[in-house]
Ligand binder design. Structure first.
Ligand code: FAD
Length: 435
């Protein structure tokens, strides 16, 4: 491309939302040379959740091109060639250091400019570091997980420190998934987190105690209610040797992996676009306050219609669907047509060891539990309904099959009256299955 070229569409970021947006552009009709995707990563868009799951497996780990989008939702795998075949300019290893929304110009780290007519911002999130919490990271072998390059560094360390000791900091999604992966790799694993139980944003104490007991059974140690305050290095090579905790404990470690949160990447747009909830404010079509600029995925703060509230969600299903919605709106607008506003049903999931859970809706109000919560059971299967103002607002299910997952999604969407709570507890999953 000549430097003067103006792309009709540009996507800033080459992650999950970029890949699903590209497919939607193609579906809706895209001419060669109209679309550019700019990513600082080396790989074409891929399903990021794989990085803390199958990518870290000891046996037959997943590798690209296996998990390029859109395989995560059962679609065709878009390899790098697909973009070429469709005349999409994929600028990889290209970091944007300046975005001027007024002149519709992106500037790369090498000083090259990319001009566009319509921009989709899909920059995602970056990890929070322990240093963001005031912990000095003065040792080697502290790892984070966001991009393939991070995962590759961790895998190198897993190979060098075979059967060593791993300390996992954080009891959220990443902490739980990485702890399981490190255990599968035969590490001696200890998790540390300040909360009273894991994944407190979603899990009730009852749900959390199942997973904590299950991890215990798998040999993962858990230290709760305290934080990491520092590290001691091996004086000969500067590698981490010990992790110091606030409660005075000291844990031995060869590897530390921290999953202590993420922050949406919005700094390129500061002062140029309206923000909300730490992200970029959009409407139900993912249009931002600047015309011809859309924001999708982790960075978008959008109206969650079913709750009549603004939300920002850092989850893959929303990244996919928001990207598709933005593209549909762009194409509809070109034809003078209107599409329906985004009406999203929140969906989160995770997979660890032989377990797999799904959650749909909102975790508000009282809870009703059902099923077998025994971590020693052969195939544990259980769930929780959340009930607010007499209606079922959210459903969690561990160990469900496809039909059951579909059923709980239906319940969370329809929000039926919960009726008598004792009855509901007795009926359990069959309540959802007969909807
Ligand atoms: P991303 O997929 O993060 O893509 C953003 C892209 O923009 C990246 O390629 C980045 O390099 C690029 N970029 C950013 N700034 C610039 C710049 N200045 N110049 C050029 N390129 C730039 N969600 C779930 O629901 N379930 C899960 O099990 C799950 N597991 C996860 C596991 C891991 C390890 C991680 C990190 C996330 C997981 N998530 C999961 C969250 C999910 O992956 C994200 O919500 C999703 O990837 C967001 O998509 P996105 O397109 O907004 O951002």
């Amino acid at each position: 491309e000549s430097p003067e070229k103006i792309f009709k569409y540009a996507i800033l970021g080459g992650g999950v939302s970029a890949g699903y947006a590209a497919r939607e552009f193609r579906r809706q009709g895209l001419k060669r040379g109209e679309l550019a995707i700019v990513s600082r990563e080396a790989a074409a868009p891929y399903e990021r959740p794989a990085l803390s799951k199958a990518y870290l497996f000891q046996k037959r780990p997943s590798r690209l091109p296996d998990f390029h989008v859109c395989v995560g939702s059962g679609g065709q795998r878009l390899r790098r060639e697909w973009y070429r075949e469709n005349g999409i300019s994929l600028f990889l290893n290209t970091e944007i250091v300046r975005a001027d929304l007024a002149s519709k110009t992106l500037t790369t780290a090498n000083g090259r400019t990319i001009k566009y007519q319509i921009l989709i911002i899909g920059t995602g999130s970056t990890v929070l570091k322990l240093s963001d919490f005031g912990v000095e990271e003065n040792v080697k072998n502290i790892f984070y997980l966001r991009e393939i390059s991070d995962a590759d560094k961790l895998i190198e360390a897993i190979k060098t420190k075979r059967k060593g000791k791993a300390v996992i900091v954080g009891g959220g999604y990443i902490g739980l998934e990485v702890a399981a992966a490190m255990r599968i790799n035969n590490f001696d694993v200890t998790m540390v987190y300040p909360e009273k139980w894991c994944l407190p944003r979603l899990f009730t104490p009852k749900i959390a105690s199942f997973y904590e007991n299950y991890y215990d059974k798998k040999g993962v140690k858990i230290v709760k209610g305290t934080t990491v305050i520092g590290f001691n290095a091996n004086s000969s090579n500067g590698e981490v040797k010990e992790v110091r905790l606030k409660d005075g404990k000291v844990l031995q470690a060869d590897i530390v992996v921290a999953g202590v949160g993420a922050r949406p990447l919005t700094s390129l747009f500061k002062g140029q676009v309206e923000e909300e909830k730490g992200g970029i404010k959009t409407d139900g079509f993912f249009r931002t306050s600047v015309s011809d600029v859309y924001a999708v995925g982790d960075v978008a703060a959008f109206p969650l219609k079913m709750c009549n509230e603004m939300r920002r969600l850092e989850h893959v299903d929303h990244a996919r669907k928001s990207a598709e919605q933005a593209v549909r709106d762009i194409k509809a607008s070109e034809n003078g047509e209107l599409i329906e506003e985004y009406d999203y049903l929140p969906y989160f999931y995770s997979r660890v060891f032989d377990l797999s859970w799904k959650f749909y809706g909102e975790n508000v109000g009282d809870t009703v539990i059902f099923g077998d919560y025994n971590p020693l059971s052969k195939e544990p299967k259980f769930g929780t309904y959340w009930i607010h103002k007499g209606k079922i607002k959210g459903v969690f299910l561990e160990g469900g099959n496809a039909e059951e997952s579909e059923a709980i999604a239906k319940v969370a969407r329809a929000q039926p009256s919960a009726g008598n709570l004792e009855e509901l507890a007795k009926e359990g999953l069959s309540f959802a299955l007969k909807m």
